[in-house]
Ligand binder design. Structure first.
Ligand SMILES: [Zn+2]
Length: 142
């Protein structure tokens, strides 16, 4: 999926995560501000290096660990749990930021799920993609 689409959807998700943060007595501003970079995080967390173009390679192989859904679901769950525990102010701010970041990242993963390359849903060894509302195994990467 193209980075512009991730950014656009991330902007929309930022509003949603801000609303969720408010509902959980968190910081709407931090959730909003962190959702936007979170929407592109699974790609830039791969740490691409080298010149732009065909020779550019990531440190972490594309669509592996940073696109692993359970990691982001755990971050979302921990942040929601943290916000529901009436935490001290600093923890509240961190949980709000993590909530927004995780929501943005999960939007990224959903969009990548719509592409034939897919994402690792349940295991790092197998990617899946959505094909007309049907979950299918993706072909292994070269
Ligand atoms: Zn991606």
């Amino acid at each position: 999926m193209h980075v512009r689409i991730h950014r656009l959807v991330g902007l929309g998700v930022a509003f949603g995560s801000a609303g969720l943060a408010v509902a959980l007595d968190g910081s709407a501003v931090l959730a909003f501000l962190c959702a936007y970079p979170g929407a592109t995080a699974p790609d830039w967390l791969e740490i691409p290096y080298g010149e732009r173009g065909a020779t550019r390679r990531p440190v972490i192989p594309h669509r592996t660990l940073t696109h692993f859904v359970p990691l982001w679901v755990v971050l979302l769950g921990v942040s929601v749990w943290g916000l529901t525990q009436a935490p001290p102010a600093l923890i509240n701010l961190l949980a709000s930021a993590a909530l927004g970041f995780a929501c943005g990242a999960l939007s990224h993963l959903f969009l990548d799920l719509l592409t034939p390359l897919g994402i690792p849903l349940f295991s790092l060894r197998q990617r899946y993609h959505l094909d007309r509302f049907t979950l299918r195994k993706s072909k292994p990467a070269r």
